[in-house]
Design a protein around this ligand. Sequence first.
Ligand code: PEP
Ligand code: MN
Length: 343
Amino acid sequence: MIVVMKVDSGQKEIDDILKRLAEEGLTGHLSKGMERTVIGVVGQAYPELRDMLELLPGVAEVIPITKPYKLSSREFQPQDTVIKVGDLAIGGEELVVIAGPCAVESEEQVLETARAVKAAGANILRGGAFKPSTSPYGFRGLGEEGLKILAQAREETGLPIITEVLGPKEVDLVLRYADILQVGARNMQNFVLLDEVGKANKPVMLKRGMSATIQEWLLSAEYILSQGNRQLMLCERGIRTFETYTRNTMDVSAIPIIEKVSHLPIIADPSHSTGKWYLVAPLALAAVAAGADGLMIEVHPSPDHALKDGAQSLTFDNFQRLMAQLVGVVASLGRKMAGGTNG
Ligand code: PEP
Ligand code: MN
């Protein structure tokens, strides 16, 4: 349930409610919006609690949240979450583009890609240093050396970096280098990892599990939020269906659904959603038209030599072409490209 505070209520009333909730073995999560201040109540509440809370000074009303996810719901927080990364705002009016190789392979590969995607207007550099690999014989990443290469690319281009953290033990290490932590599809329900990134003081991007329902995805988001980390964005990266033509099926409808039921920013990843480079641009445009706050696109200097995901990686030229196409779609929605790109 959520406790909606009266407009003229003060900090003392809020503190008293939080204290009272703690006495009942419950946790109160505060959300201060432009229009109202609410306290989300998390834990096993008993039926009379609602009446009791409504009697407390400063309380306007107590509304039950019917959904199993609470802190990620629009009921708890009507206004959009906007995440600041340097000058960049993710989840606001502007479309944010994340681009880079699937995996960090070498210094040259990352620096070359970082320069090219920056010149084309990308806002954030991606690259995996710790790679989840379906086969133990596949490329599993350069580890810390890869993180150092990403940091070097940030130094040179000024682009913030996002990179995957594969396990709870690596969170501290990845935090030393990354601007945004990525939790991959295969780890969406790694609850120990979710708890750990929930304690971090850096933004997190949670990818949708390949067989996860929207509700399961939001419940995973809830793990991170309930640990105190509110700098969370979601990423639709395609789900498994009976179709084998594409690597996954991009659930475009998940984008407006997330927008409706949650305040969290939603990023679309047409690269992993399709597995085919020539499907990336059409699906990227569709995702933006559907309301995505950002895109994540795999780009490689030479996709046919890529150690991972070459088939779905764009060349520099194709990435630049996509950026130019995006400008028109974004403008038609009355939005802007972040960083002032005009193609
Ligand atoms: C990735 O973005 O590098 C990745 C491994 O994607 P996913 O977790 O969506 O498969
Ligand atoms: Mn990849």
